[in-house]
Design a protein around this ligand. Structure first.
Ligand code: TRP
Length: 450
């Protein structure tokens, strides 16, 4: 069986050079690997969460589709579609909503960030928070499990969403008694370039420091390159290439030899103006042929529409029968088919169901959480450098009597092994009454009886 690799691109902006180096180029390359079935889609339902400007949503869908096709995505081979062309996705989202703990969503970083900002400004915690934003991870889980993706390449900011997708899928499987869904694995491409922007911070629309990929043509590309911030060393003075983002950008698009050559020139005193011209020439050379295809496609939206419709048909060949099966699973059945005596009997949910979930944090460390049966977070571990250490700590905690392993401390409580706190109450949890500690102990002892 081929590995299914799936990823979504939120259609809320115009692709820039950083998107190209960080997401588009590696995805297109990965999709050409043998043994891979790639699913790439435009997350346009997700775009509605952030953007209520219809013209912008429409424009971004077009630009992003044209970009992916122009840079060489093989749409015959890859399943390339728009999320909103697959009605099974919102349908599945609802089924998943019905098994997702609200407590799990309360912990989502994006939601918590909004609450924190509101609190800082003295507003109501949920001011401006829509249900779309709140349940964003459920829609994303549906995107992924609809096609039983094995691997999901994303940026670090999406790691938590993948954990949640696994959690939700696992819960559905458990409730309905069968492994309907494959548990997806997150893929963080370690060696993919995070491109610096004009000012050296990560290239991002929100920092207004981007270099356009195609829009604006060669002149916009040139104008942006000329605005790259450099230090004030004059022509003739040796430059510190490694620490200049001009060189970092160049390197992301050059061979080793080309990069080494520019580096040497900079170290030998090449002026910044000349270096900018060299970067521009290099980028223009690379991008011009793709840009031509891009504008050609942009001028023929009907061609893009046809490609996307074909992609949707291909995706729905999988989604439609699978959704039928899922409707059966939850009891949304044809009445004539009987009350389901022959269908899979859902397992009765056990009274317990507390669990440890392990994950990698944003810095690549290994951690785990203890969750209650309803998904509430009861413990968050320290960071471990080695996943085996994290596993050993979980086993040790399960082996200890819960009232020894979990001890109240100043404001909350901690899980102790040999006098060292390996995990604590979740960040921000207030547990003055000790109720959360009692829940945590009950969860831990239910696990030790398994
Ligand atoms: N949330 C992702 C992002 O902003 C986009 C996305 C939506 C996605 N659904 C997905 C990515 C499913 C991977 C899989 O980057």
């Amino acid at each position: 069986m081929n590995t299914r690799v799936l990823t979504g691109i939120t259609t809320s902006g115009t692709p820039h050079l950083g998107n190209y180096a960080g997401a588009i180029r590696p995805a297109v390359q990965a999709s050409a690997q043998p043994g891979v079935d790639a699913f790439f889609f435009m997350a346009d339902y997700h775009a509605l969460i952030k953007c209520d400007d219809p013209a912008r949503v429409a424009r971004s869908r077009l630009e992003i589709a044209a970009t992916w096709l122009a840079v060489g995505l093989d749409h015959e081979r890859v399943t390339f579609y728009r999320q909103s062309d697959i009605p099974e996705i919102p349908e599945l989202t609802w089924l998943l909503n019905c098994v997702t703990a609200k407590g799990l969503m309360n912990r989502a970083h994006a939601y918590k960030a909004s609450v924190d900002q509101n609190t800082e400004k003295g507003l109501e915690p949920d001011d401006g928070v829509t249900m779309g934003l709140f349940s964003y991870p459920v829609l994303m889980a549906a995107d992924i499990v609809m096609f039983n993706a094995n691997k999901v390449p994303v940026g670090r900011d999406q790691i938590q969403h993948l954990e949640m997708a696994r959690d939700i899928a696992q819960r559905f499987n458990h409730l309905y008694g069968r492994d309907y869904f494959t548990l997806p694995e997150v893929v963080i491409e370690e060696d993919v370039a995070t491109l610096p922007g004009l000012d050296g911070r990560k290239m991002s629309k929100s920092y207004n420091n981007t270099i356009p990929l195609f829009e604006g043509g060669a002149s916009a590309l040139r104008a942006a390159v000329m605005r790259i911030v450099t230090d004030s060393r004059a022509p003739g003075e040796p430059k510190d290439a490694e620490n200049s983002h001009l060189y970092t950008i160049y390197r992301a698009f050059a061979t080793h030899e080309q990069a080494a050559a520019l580096r040497k020139q900079l170290e030998e005193g090449m002026g910044w103006g000349e270096a900018k011209q060299a970067l521009y020439d290099h980028l223009e050379n690379l991008l011009a042929p793709m840009r031509e295809k891009y504008f050609d496609l942009m001028a023929n939206p009907g061609r893009i529409e046809d490609i996307l419709q074909a992609g949707a048909a291909k995706a729905r060949k999988l989604a439609t029968p699978f959704m039928q099966e899922l409707r059966q699973a939850v009891g949304l059945r044809n009445l004539e088919a009987g009350s389901g005596a022959k269908a899979a009997q859902p397992k009765k949910e056990k009274g317990k169901g507390a669990r440890f979930v392990s994950f990698r944090d944003e810095d690549g460390g290994f951690r785990f959480r203890l969750l209650a049966a309803d998904g509430e977070e009861l413990l968050l571990s320290q960071r471990f450098a080695d996943p085996k250490e994290a596993g050993a700590a979980m086993r040790r905690l399960q082996a200890e009597p819960a009232d020894v392993a979990l001890q109240a401390d100043g404001q909350g409580y901690a899980a102790m092994i040999d006098g060292v706190a390996v995990a604590t109450a979740p960040t921000g949890a207030q547990d003055e009454s000790g109720a959360l500690l009692a829940r945590a102990r009950a969860a831990l002892s239910s696990l030790s009886q398994e």
